[in-house]
Design a protein around this ligand. Sequence first.
Ligand code: TYD
Length: 204
Amino acid sequence: MQGKFITLEGIEGSGKSTNLETVKSILDQYKIDYVLTREPGGGPLGPHLRKLLLDKDQSISPSVEMLLMMADRKDHVDNLINPNLDKGIWVISDRYLDSTIAYQGGGRQLDINLITSLSASLKLPTPDFTLLFDLPVDVALERAKERSELDRFEREPLDFHSRIRESYLELASTNNRIKTIDSSKDFETVSIQVENYLNEFLNA
Ligand code: TYD
């Protein structure tokens, strides 16, 4: 049987990575065999592409940025995501295609149809289940700033991040697979929401 494909999405500082621990512990309870991965950077070419894409000293046009993200994703899908799903192993990815729609479509204001038609031509799989970590942009950016030196995306102004949040919420309103988590709450409350949605998916 095919493995399930789960993705985690959200703006900078939304708590995706912190909540990965909760996701892992639930999958462990169910004794599910899974691999954890992330984008950009999950395929064999990933480390090179990730370094280039996040480099704060690199100037990259919006279209080239989108194409590099899609190239990274195709490499990831062909070499890690699909081979594992085909073996029945579940794949949990920290970011995937919804990130390109939100960041390059919403944030950089590229044509979303171009992204979705490219995705269809490349036969990129659709996730079975997505958790969207959502909170106000100013709160999230404060959290992101506390972490480490800011990358090329984190340096962008507030309105760039606001457009990304809006795009994510728009995606969630039209796609039933996307479950929105109120990430402005304390850790305990957020992990309960994660647990509830994931249990619902696992028992469906
Ligand atoms: P990362 O350090 O992984 O950030 P985070 O912890 O917030 O996930 O950096 C990934 C950055 O790349 C993040 O700012 C979002 C951006 N990104 C895009 O702009 N488009 C994409 O398609 C993907 C996958 C990521």
